[in-house]
Every structure is written in structure tokens, then in C-alpha cells.
Design a protein around this ligand. Structure first.
Ligand code: XIL
Length: 338
């Protein structure tokens, strides 16, 4: 990656000393992150749910510990995220928050204080932020609303404010809109909604530098190369339209759900590797892509196991290393793609 002027990275997590999580506190995992990664991102610890126990307080203890370890190892960190604009992912208190007699003003203050406090705390140590995460409804491409956006006036205005505030608070940073875009063939509404949102940002002069393409991939059948072929035209048209507007692209959360692949491990791993390679070949055709982050390096800690277990209950294998930290064919496929 470095030889190509690119970076490979991964999410990492906080954990209590001794706890077995995707954390620097686990020496085996720490070694692996240091060996393979040129960039890290916190899996959960920078989200509002983690940083904001209440409307008036911040709790930086966990994320500070992660940043201290990353700094000690000279590993750059990107920010994820400054606003995950869905009711489900805001802290509980947000839904019933009293925005008072001047709700637009109160909402503005809440959002600006959040983004400014976080950005100023980490300064130039963070040079890329997912400012807004997943604001588009996959079913129809419209924007989610939250108590915050209803108080402020509209979801568009809320997202615009988030980016303007981030630009002011972190003028050095790449500002990213990050989404999963339901990338599968035929599922067009989500992508159309994201495209419309990014067109709107351009038209309104909102400071957005890049689209974060999460890349939580899902194999569609045993012939994973055929899945790529089926997807290619539609997906390229989408990425072409994004890059034509001048946006950079970042692969922010790559992992693979091995759906419709046989339970047998060798075949499954090969299918996942081929699929990953096909996807990266497609994406690496875009010079606007510099950073590729995995959503975890090992199957041991992947969120996919809890999010969507396999129907046959076989353990998911979404990452380049298995649960015992041994490299899988996906690891070789990623290396070969670079
Ligand atoms: C996930 C984490 O991996 C889980 O631990 C947590 O329970 C939920 O969030 N898109 C994103 C990430 O932008 O923040 C999500 O991370 C995965 C999907």
C-alpha cells in the first residue's frame, strides 16, 4: 500500500485490561495492527453514544486511551464519527431532550459544541473525519430525521451545519460523508439517495471532501466473481458520478459476509478472498482512492458474527485473519490487489 502511495488500516476498540476484544490491550492483536496497518479508526469509542453520557457532559476516557496508544506507536487515527444521523444511533437522552423555547438555537449549540469539542481535543492528530455517518434511508433514499434535526429545522440543514462546523474546528482535516450504500446489484434507491445528498452538498457549497464507501460486502452466491461482474456496471456508474463531482473516495469499513457459500472453511475462505480481490480491483481503478480500512483484522472480534450470523450457524469469516490470528486467503488477496 505504501509503495502505491496508499494506506491500509483497520478499526480497533477499547477494552478493559485483560478483556478479549479487538484492542491494543491484547498483545497479539496489537502486534498485528502495528505490523499491517498504516491507519486506525475507533470502532465505537468516538460515537455520541460513547462520548456523550448526557447533553452537557463528555467522557473521553476510552478514546483518549486509544489515542495515547496510537500516538505511542506513531499510528495515525481517523475519526468515526461526528454525527451518526439516525435516532437508533444517537444517545438515548437525545430522543427526549428538551430543546427549550428556541429549539433551533439550542440544537445548533448542541451540535456545534459536540463537533468543536471533539475536533479541538485531538487537533492535527486526526486528519480525516467521517463527519456524517449513514444519514440516508436505504428503502427510499430520503434522509433520516432525529430530535436534533427536527429542532434545528431540517435534516439537510443539520448535516450542512455538521460539515461547516468540522471545517472550522479542523481546517486541516479531510471531511467525509460515510455510508454503506446497499451496494448489491439492483438495490438502487440507497445509492440514488447518497448521490442526491452529495449533489446537494456541492450545490450549497458545503465542505465535503470525500465519500466513505463502507464496503460491508455480501457474497451473493458460490461464484463470487460472477457477483462482481453483475455488480460492476451499476457500481461503476455510481462511483464515476461521485468522482466526477470532485469527491475523493475512502474505503472505510471493509469486511465480507460469506452468504450462500458452503460451510466448508477452505471453500468459503477462497470465495471471500476472490470476492475481495474482485472488489478491490474494481475500486483501485479510481486514483481518488487512497485509504482502505478494514472493519477489524480478525474474525475473532468481527461485529458481523453478532450483526448477522450465518443461517447454518457456522462461524463467520469476514476478515483477513482467522480467530487464532492466522492469515487467511483474504489477506493474500488484499496484498495482491495492492
Ligand atoms: C458497528 C460496530 O462494529 C459494533 O460494535 C456496534 O455495535 C455497532 O456499530 N457502519 C458503521 C459502523 O458506520 O460504525 C458500524 O460499527 C458498522 C456499520
Amino acid at each position: 500500500a505504501a509503495a502505491k502511495g496508499m494506506r491500509l488500516g483497520s478499526c480497533f476498540a477499547w477494552s478493559e485490561p485483560g478483556a478479549d476484544r479487538g484492542s491494543f490491550a491484547n498483545p497479539a492483536y496489537a502486534r498485528l495492527l502495528k505490523r499491517d496497518c498504516g491507519l486506525l479508526v475507533p470502532e465505537n469509542e468516538m460515537k455520541w453514544q460513547a462520548l456523550r453520557p448526557s447533553a452537557t457532559t463528555f467522557d473521553f476516557a476510552r478514546f483518549d486511551a486509544m489515542m495515547a496508544w496510537a500516538d505511542a506507536n506513531a499510528l495515525p487515527v481517523r475519526g468515526h464519527n461526528l454525527l451518526w444521523h439516525q435516532p437508533k444511533w444517537m444517545p438515548k437522552w437525545e430522543e427526549s431532550h428538551d430543546f427549550g423555547a428556541t429549539p433551533a438555537r439550542a440544537a445548533e449549540q448542541l451540535l456545534v459544541r459536540h463537533i468543536t469539542t471533539v475536533c479541538q481535543r485531538y487537533g492535527t492528530r486526526i486528519r480525516s473525519y467521517d463527519v456524517v455517518n449513514e444519514a440516508v434511508t436505504p428503502a427510499d433514499g430520503t434522509l433520516y430525521t432525529t430530535a436534533l434535526s427536527r429542532a434545528f429545522g431540517s435534516p439537510e440543514a443539520t448535516l450542512d451545519l455538521a460539515f461547516h462546523t468540522a471545517r472550522t474546528a479542523a481546517p486541516h482535516a479531510q471531511l467525509v460523508y460515510n455510508d454503506y450504500m446497499s451496494w448489491e446489484p439492483g438495490n438502487a434507491q440507497h445509492r440514488a439517495g447518497v448521490l442526491k445528498l452529495l449533489e446537494g452538498f456541492k450545490a450549497r457549497g458545503v465542505p465535503v471532501d470525500a465519500l466513505g464507501v463502507q464496503s460491508h460486502l455480501v457474497t451473493q452466491g458460490t461464484d463470487t466473481r460472477a457477483t462482481i461482474a453483475a455488480l460492476e456496471g451499476e457500481w461503476r456508474r455510481f462511483i464515476d458520478a461521485i468522482t466526477a463531482m470532485g469527491y475523493a473516495i475512502v474505503i472505510t469499513e471493509l469486511d465480507v459476509r460469506d452468504n450462500n457459500l458452503p460451510a466448508e472453511v477452505a471453500a468459503r475462505d477462497q470465495g471471500v478472498a476472490d470476492f475481495t480481490r474482485g472488489y478491490l480491483d474494481l475500486m483501485f481503478a479510481y486514483p481518488a482512492l487512497k485509504d482502505v480500512l478494514l472493519w477489524g483484522m480478525t474474525d475473532r472480534y468481527s461485529w458481523i458474527e453478532g450483526f448477522e450470523p450465518r443461517k447454518d450457524k457456522a462461524r463467520r469469516r469476514p476478515c483477513p485473519y482467522d480467530a487464532a490470528f492466522a492469515a487467511k486467503p483474504m489477506h493474500a488477496a488484499i496484498a495482491a490487489a495492492f
